[in-house]
Design a protein around this ligand. Structure first.
Ligand code: NAD
Length: 481
C-alpha cells in the first residue's frame, strides 16, 4: 500500500501493476467512505499469476515438509505482530466490530498453525503387492497450482484456511479475495514477502467475477477451492468441467437452531443471539431458523429479547460496539425485502424490522437487530439464506417435528441442538442431515475439526486432517526390485 491506499497485484513475490487500467474502489460499509483502490485483474494478470505459481511449484514441492511449515510459522509471527493493524483494516472493509475482527485474526493464526503443525503428517500407505517381493506405495503428493477464491465475510480467515494447507502440502496458490474486501488479503501478501516465502508460492490478485472466471478456466490450475454463494459455486463447478479440475466449494447455509424443553434456556438464548448477530448475521454457520419447543417458547423469547436489547449497533471501530453494518447497499436491500415478505406472510416483528437511519447510521448500511415471531415453515424466510441480523423463531411440538423441519432444506452446512436428552443426542448423528452440528454451544469451528456442508452448502470441506488431504492427490507405485 502506498500513502494513497492504491494497491497493485502481488505476483511472483513482487507488487506489479495491472495490465489494464480498471480499478475497484473499496468502501467502508459503516461510513460510505472510499478507503482504498485495488487493481481489477485482467485475464493477462491472472495468467501471469498462474504462470508464477506454476514456475514456483517444482522447487517448493521438493522442500521438506518441515521447511514449508517453518515459513508458515514465520508468517504467523508477523500476523501476530500486526494483529491490531490487520484487525482495524478488517473492520474498515467488512464493517465487523473490532473485537470480532481481532477474533478473526486469531482464528487465521490458529488455522495457519494447524497447517504448519500437520505439514509432516501427510501420510500415505505401503500395502503388500500381488507379486513376490512387491510393495505397493500409495503416496500423497501436491496437485500443483491451486486457485483460491474467497467471500467477503471472513477475508483473513478464509485466506488462512486456503493458503496455509495448500502450501503446507507443497502446492503453490493464486488467491483472489472478494472484490468488496481485498485489502486485508493484500496486506497479508506483504507479510508473505516479509516472511521470505519464496516468490510465486503465494500470489494474491484483486479482481471481480471475471478474474475469478479466468482463474477457474486457466488450464494450469489443478484445483479450485472457493468459498461463497451457492449460485456462484454452481457456476464455478460448471466452468471447471472443460478442464476437469477438482473443485472444493464451501457455500451458503440455513442452519436450524433447535431448543428442546429440557435445554438450559439461558445458555441456549445466549448462543442463539450470538449465532445470529455475529458479523451482523453474515456467517455461513449463522442461526438462520430457530425451532423452539412449545413448552419453553415464550420464556425463550423473553430471554432472547432481553439479550437482543443489549446489542449495541454503531461504529464498528468502537470497543463497545457489538454489531456493525451490512456489507453493502445491495445486501441491505436484500434483507429488507426478505423481512417485508415475511411480515406480509404473517410473521410479527417483536423487535426491529427495518434499517437504521440518521445520525451515525446515515452513511452506512445498518439494519436493526430483528426478532420475528409467529414464523411458519411455509414462509419464504425459512427457505433462502437471510445472511443478516434477523432471527426467525418457529414453535415446534417435539424433537421429531423439529428434526423434520430442520432437514427440509436444500442446505446442509451447520445445525444446533440444545438438549440434555441422551436419546435425542444419539439420534443427531444419523438423523440430522448437516455436516457440522453444534450441541449445547454456539458457533465457531476449531482448526482441527472439519468444516463442510451437504447439498447446496457445498462439496469438499476444509480444516483438520481431512481438509489438509484435499490438497494432495494419490499416486500408486508398484515397487519391484
Ligand atoms: P459470492 O459467491 O458473491 O462471491 C464469492 C467469490 O466468488 C468472490 O471472490 C467472487 O468474486 C467469486 N465469484 C463469483 N462468481 C464467480 C464466477 N462465476 N466465477 C468465478 N468466481 C466467481 O459470495 P459472497 O457474497 O462473497 O459470500 C457470501 C456467501 O458465502 C454466503 O452464501 C455464505 O454463506 C457463503 N460462505 C460460506 C462459507 C463456508 O465455509 N461454507 C464461509 C463463508 C461464506
Amino acid at each position: 500500500m502506498n500513502p494513497t491506499n492504491e494497491y497493485s497485484l502481488f505476483i511472483d513475490g513482487d507488487w506489479v501493476a495491472s495490465d489494464g487500467d480498471a480499478r475497484i474502489a473499496v468502501i467502508n460499509p459503516a461510513t460510505g467512505e472510499k478507503i482504498a483502490s485495488v487493481a481489477d485483474a485482467t485475464d493477462a494478470d491472472i495468467d501471469r499469476a498462474v504462470d508464477a505459481a506454476a514456475a514456483a511449484f517444482p522447487a517448493w514441492s521438493r522442500r521438506t515438509a518441515v521447511e514449508r511449515a517453518d515459513f508458515l510459522l514465520r508468517l504467523n509471527t508477523l500476523i501476530q505482530r500486526d494483529r491490531e493493524r490487520l484487525a482495524r483494516l478488517l473492520t474498515q472493509e467488512v464493517g465487523k466490530p473490532i473485537r470480532e475482527a481481532r477474533g478473526e485474526i486469531d482464528f487465521a493464526i490458529a488455522l495457519i498453525r494447524f497447517a504448519a503443525e500437520n505439514a509432516r503428517r501427510v501420510e500415505g500407505d505401503i500395502v503388500p503387492g500381488s507379486r513376490p517381493g512387491e510393495k505397493i506405495l500409495i503416496e500423497k503428493l501436491p496437485h500443483g497450482v491451486i486457485a483460491g477464491i474467497s467471500a467477503w465475510n471472513f477475508p483473513a480467515a478464509l485466506l488462512a484456511r486456503k493458503v496455509a494447507p495448500a502450501i503446507a502440502a507443497g502446492n503453490t496458490i493464486v488467491l483472489k479475495p472478494h472484490e468488496l474486501t481485498p485489502i486485508t488479503s493484500l496486506e497479508i501478501a506483504r507479510l508473505v514477502a516479509e516472511a521470505g516465502i519464496p516468490a510465486g508460492v503465494v500470489n494474491i490478485v484483486s479482481g471481480g467475477i471475471p478474474a475469478g472466471q479466468r482463474l477457474v478456466a486457466n488450464p494450469a490450475v489443478k484445483l479450485v477451492t472457493m468459498t461463497g454463494s451457492t449460485a456462484a459455486g454452481k457456476k464455478i463447478m460448471a466452468a471447471a468441467a472443460p478442464t476437469l479440475k477438482e473443485v472444493r466449494l464451501e457455500l451458503g447455509g440455513k442452519a436450524p437452531f433447535i431448543v428442546l424443553a429440557d435445554a438450559d434456556l439461558e445458555v441456549a438464548a445466549s448462543a442463539a443471539v450470538e449465532a445470529r448477530f455475529l458479523n451482523a448475521g453474515q456467517v455461513c454457520t449463522c442461526n438462520e431458523r430457530t425451532y423452539v419447543h412449545e413448552a419453553v417458547h415464550d420464556r425463550f423469547l423473553e430471554l432472547v429479547s432481553e439479550k437482543m436489547r443489549a446489542i449495541k449497533v454503531g461504529d464498528p471501530l468502537q470497543e463497545d460496539t457489538s454489531m456493525g453494518p451490512k456489507i453493502s447497499a445491495a445486501e441491505l436491500e436484500k434483507v429488507e425485502r426478505i423481512v417485508e415478505k415475511a411480515l406480509q406472510q404473517g410473521a410479527r416483528a417483536r423487535i426491529g424490522g427495518g434499517r437504521l437511519t440518521g445520525g451515525e447510521y446515515a452513511q452506512g448500511h445498518f439494519y436493526g437487530p430483528t426478532l420475528l415471531t409467529d414464523v411458519t415453515h411455509e414462509m419464504d424466510i425459512v427457505r433462502g439464506e437471510v445472511f443478516g441480523p434477523v432471527m426467525s423463531v418457529l414453535k415446534v411440538r417435539d424433537f421429531d417435528e423439529a428434526l423434520r423441519l430442520a432437514n427440509d432444506s436444500s442446505y446442509g452446512l451447520s445445525a444446533y441442538l440444545f438438549t440434555k436428552d441422551l436419546g435425542v443426542l444419539m439420534r443427531t448423528a444419523t438423523e440430522l442431515n448437516f455436516g457440522e452440528i453444534y450441541v449445547n454451544r454456539s458457533l465457531g469451528e476449531a482448526p482441527q475439526g472439519f468444516h463442510h456442508g451437504y447439498g447446496d452448502s457445498g462439496l469438499g470441506g476444509e480444516d483438520g486432517k481431512y481438509g489438509l488431504e484435499a490438497y494432495v492427490r494419490t499416486k500408486t507405485i508398484y515397487l519391484n526390485a
